[in-house]
Structures are given as structure tokens and as C-alpha cells.
Design a protein around this ligand. Sequence first.
Ligand code: PMP
Length: 458
Amino acid sequence: MSPVRTNSKIEAEYRSRTRRSAELYARAGKVIPAGLTHDSRTLLPYPLYAARAAGPRKWDVDGNEYVDYFGGHGALLLGHRHPKVLEAVQEQVPLGTHWGSAHELEVRWAELVNRLIPCADRVRFTASGTEASHLAMRLARAFTGKPKVIRFRGHFHGWHDGVTAGAMSHFEGGVPSGIPAALVEQTILLPTDDISHVVQAFAARSDIAAVLIEPSGASWGQVPLATGFLAKLHDITRSQGAVLVFDEVITGFRWSRGGAQQRYAVTPDLCVLAKIVAGGLPGGAVAGRADIMDRLDAAAAKAAGYEKVGHQGTFNANPLSAAAAVATLSIVETEDVCAKAERTAADIRDGLSQILVEEQVPWGVYGEASAFLLFQNPGKLDIDPAAFDPIKLGFAALKGARNPNLAYRLRVAMLANGVDFMGAPGGLVSATHGPGEVDQTLTAFRTAVRWLKAEGDI
Ligand code: PMP
């Protein structure tokens, strides 16, 4: 099924509302590969071009208003331009945007992370989540003196060469374009359907440095983990002397103020942070046990007789990001923002499922904390939306068989009704979304599924 249809009313409606986006996309295609700067921003027939945003809403270059569920790819728990975050950044700009020096804000930022995140004895800042996952793997390998890392099928840890295979494609272990096979071999890619795969991997070999996992399950819970999986991983890694790394780039400060590790009461050795940790500006971090993190400390390394782990980065703890981060994490620490976003997401999940039942659509709604996800049932399975249980479906149905074209069609129908869903499809809810946004989203969704039914997508 092609998502681009000449006779589609949905597409005609989208095109008629978004003429300037179409023009910009045509220009972009001449200078930017695919006209896009991030694979996940792909949308057919063309993506939306944003012009401004506030709280839970954003506006495109044609002046249309949307309820926004992209939330800066999940970075904006406090919504767009929260007044305190804005003020902190505005105060920082005239003082300098890059000092190339240590500074007070980075100390305050680190203190906040260490107070909020259970595993954090120490924290080191990076410029992105990708860099942070790269650094965490380097630390784990240095600490254990072993090369291999267990990762899980469909779990995303950024786009560096060490974590690309099996994350968004090549789920059966193939070598993605541009990645050396020798690097792919450094990863042991396992399914999460049964902990026995991990047990067997450790039984079969003694060269495993770390286990790296999205504690929500792949792609912020698109493929949820069975209850108890993380606790078992904790026990196995502890008994084997391997480093347990939670990738909390999405879940950090969202699944709870102390991340997924606090929500599930399983403390990893290291965690990878980005998005909310930098207050909606660029940034990331690795946090964790002092004895592992101190591999970055020249004096500690010398005293203990090992070689220090190298780590540079021009924009690490950049003052603008640090200012936004301190403002954001101070609010996370003192206000109930995670719980508020979670309550709104629960209302959205309930409302979406109700609509599926009423409109007799065999899809499923699920998700945890302040996330919601839609299973669009590309394989036409027998699904009862009133009793949808993603755990029963597993990876192959939930992520392996995902049809991006179906997701584009729903997203375009939602955009034509004033709502911007993320690509899964689904969304990440902020603490500024409220009953008005929920109502608007549900009304848009009912219209969108009726339109999709009329055009034969459902
Ligand atoms: N890990 C996870 C779980 C992510 O969701 C992302 C980004 N979506 C990353 C790592 C990479 O972070 P960044 O885009 O900041 O490099």
C-alpha cells in the first residue's frame, strides 16, 4: 500500500492546509538528503514545517495550530518554552554561550542528577544520547576488560556504529549499511521474550562486559518487558560481574522523577541519559557507580594502576544546556510533573481505546507512564481493543511487522485535524497537556479513524 494517494481526501485536506510546508520540503529535497535531518521525522507525502510552540501546542509555517505529542522527541516534559526554562536560558545568553571552562551550572546540574537518579554516584555530560551510550559502552568495557555487549532486538540506543545493528532494522542480526561487520560482532543481540536467552549467553561465554537495555522495553515501551525481567537481569549481571546499563534517554525523569530505575526499583550500574536531562536543549549524560565512572578520573586511574578512559566533546555541559537543565530538573525535583503528565496520558489511553471499541477498529492502545502507543495491526490479527495485551503479541507483531505507511496515514489524518502524533504512532505527553488537549485529541482521533475506514485503511 502506498501512503501517497492521488484520490485521498485525507491527503487532499492535509495538502490544502500545509502549502508552505510543501514548498519548504521541495526546497529541502535539493540540499538535504531526503529533505530531512532525522529519519524519524519522515512523513509522507511530506513533513510539517514548524514555526513556533508554547506549552503543549505548536504552530506550522501556514499558521495551523496543533496539539503536540512529539515534545522535542520527548525532551520537553515541561512543554514548550516553560517560563522558568526560558528565563534561565535568556539570562545565560548575554553571559556567554560557550566558555571552554568548567562552570558553576555544570556542578549544580550534576548535583541535581545525582540527587534524582538512584544509580548516580557520579555523572559525566555529553552532547547527545548517542554520545552517552557510546561512552557507557566504553566505560563498561574498560571496567571489565571484556569486549562484548548484550543488547536486545529493537532497543534503540542512538545511531553510533556500536548500537545500530538490530535496533531499527536487521533484527535478525545482519550488518547494516556503513557499519563494519567486526563491530556488529561485538554485540550479542537477544530477544526479550524470555530471560533464558541471557542466562544461556553468559553460560556459553566469558567475554561479556555489559548488558544494555531500554528499561521500558524497545522504543519507549513499544515492545514491553515482562514483569520481573529487569530484576532478573540485575541478578544475572551482578553474579557474572557484568555491567548493567539502563538507557534512560526517554524514561529518565519521565517514568518517575528518578527514571525507570526508580519506578521499577531496579538500580543499574550505569545509566544513559539525554532529552529531559538537558532541559530540552542539546545534551546527554552517563551516570552511575563511582568505581566505574572513576575510570574517567586520571588521578584515580593512576592510583589504581589502570589506564584512564578518554572522553572529550566540545559541547559537553554547554552553559545554555546547563542553564535549561538546572531549571528543568529543579522543577522535576520539587513539583509533581511526572505524575501530572502520567495522569493525562492515562486519560488519553482510555479515551483512544474507547473510540476503537465504539468505532469497531481492531487496533490496540497501550503504553506506560506519560507515553501512549497505538498498535495498528498490520497483520490483521484478531484484536479486541477493549482487552488489548501487547505482552501476548511480542516483538514480531509489535515492532518487527510495523508498517510505516499505515502510521503515516494516521499521522496525516491527525495533522489535518490539528494533532501531531509521533511516528510509532503514539506520543509523549508533557505536564502542560490538560483536559482541553485530551478532548481535542480524542475528537481528532475519532474523525481520523472514520476517514481511514472510508478510504479502506482499516
Ligand atoms: N537512546 C534512546 C532510548 C533514545 O530514545 C534516543 C533518542 N531517541 C537515544 C538513545 C539517542 O539520543 P540522541 O538522539 O540524543 O542521540
